[in-house]
Design a protein around this ligand. Structure first.
Ligand SMILES: Cc1cc2nc3c(=O)[nH]c(=O)nc-3n(C[C@H](O)[C@H](O)[C@H](O)COP(=O)(O)OP(=O)(O)OC[C@H]3O[C@@H](n4cnc5c(N)ncnc54)[C@H](O)[C@@H]3O)c2cc1C
Length: 314
């Protein structure tokens, strides 16, 4: 008899049970079909990674805002949808720590907690505030935001981490590792998704850079269609360091490394010139939220806007 697992986060009273099953016949979901069969509570992070690697259709469960969504059911091919969820909520991954050299954010910290924590850098808070609404931010986790960037071009918080040269502490089958976020996004996403993100580590120096953020959305309560984040040090006369990240313009959030290199040590170019420089580097998808041509134009404009804004020129 097939079994289904429904809305795992609501069944916290079963938290000490390793696997929960609900008989399909006993539950009438009013037309909705729920696909999770097993709910696993790992004893520690190594156990979570072991379970993930030996269970074909499994996924780590952060807040579940994606895994528990109808979009997941509609957009992920059925044969790739997770049936076993590995619950991360008991692994104590929800701490924020500011050390003399870095800000360490546990992967289980929610996006709303990021917004409210006194040690979190203002640029990260502004990025978290762009995530649609408080209901989602209350549940969604930092680890889920970073990991979903492997398959999604527009993740608000992880894109800011990318601009800040963040590193990830990962639990892998071969033990713990520190990897740059840029390298994580450069890996085969199907391999990378098996690593468990324990924390995000951001150099303290990132907090000293001036920044600006801009997104393009249809309504205030919508996932960003395009986003541009700029972090700069120096001045409009001489840019010392620039990090320019775009979302919605490629398979994953991307750094516009070519522009960063070109502008380092240089004066800020004319704004139209900057738009011209960005345009050929971005390749948004053509979809019902806008044609590729339209999104390329908006993307190039908001990228140039953020650099100007961060340098105090707007
Ligand atoms: C209505 C709605 C609106 C949204 N709006 C936005 C938005 O404006 N901006 C935005 O950026 N996102 C948005 N999202 C996407 C999503 O909410 C966020 O990306 C969120 O941070 C995902 O976190 P989660 O903990 O809920 O992930 P989950 O759903 O729990 O997991 C998502 C993926 O990440 C993996 N994962 C989770 N934790 C870890 C970990 N520690 N290590 C490795 N892999 C892990 C899971 O296995 C899964 O593959 C929205 C989602 C919905 C449903």
């Amino acid at each position: 008899m097939p079994s289904v697992w429904l809305k795992v986060k609501r069944f916290s009273l079963f938290a000490n049970i390793n696997t929960i099953k609900i008989d399909k016949e006993d539950y009438h979901p009013g037309g909705l079909f729920f696909l999770f069969i097993d709910f696993y509570n790992p004893s520690d992070s190594a156990d979570a990674v072991k379970k993930r690697s030996e269970t074909a259709r499994s996924a780590y469960l952060g807040g579940g805002t994606i895994l528990n969504s109808l979009e997941y059911e509609k957009e992920v091919p059925e044969e790739a949808q997770a049936q076993t969820l590995i619950n991360l909520s008991k692994l104590s991954l929800n701490k924020v720590e500011l050390t003399p050299t870095e800000l360490v954010i546990g992967s289980g910290v929610t996006l709303q907690e990021l917004l409210e924590h006194p040690d979190v850098f203002p640029a990260i808070k502004e990025a978290a505030a762009l995530v649609v609404n408080r209901n989602i931010r209350n549940i969604a986790t930092v680890g889920g935001n970073v990991a979903s960037g492997l398959f999604s071009p527009s993740v608000n918080v992880a894109s800011m981490f990318l601009a800040m040269d963040a590193e990830l502490e990962l639990e892998t089958e071969k033990g713990r590792k520190i990897h740059s976020l840029a390298k994580y996004y450069g890996c085969d996403p199907h391999k990378a998704e098996k690593c468990l993100i324990l924390s995000v580590r951001i150099p303290r120096s990132a907090a000293d850079m001036a920044y600006a953020l801009r997104r393009y959305v249809r309504t205030q309560n919508d996932i960003s269609i395009l986003l541009a984040y700029a972090l700069v040090s120096g001045s409009a006369e001489k840019i010392e360091k620039l990090a320019l990240v775009m979302g919605g313009c490629s398979a994953r959030p991307m750094r516009l490394a070519e522009i960063e290199e070109k502008l380092t040590g240089q004066p800020l170019p004319n704004r139209d010139e900057l738009v011209e420089m960005v345009r050929p580097l971005i390749h948004p998808l053509d979809d019902l939220r806008g044609s590729a041509e339209f999104k390329t134009e908006v993307g190039a404009q908001i990228a140039a806007w953020t650099v100007y804004k961060a340098l105090g020129k707007l």
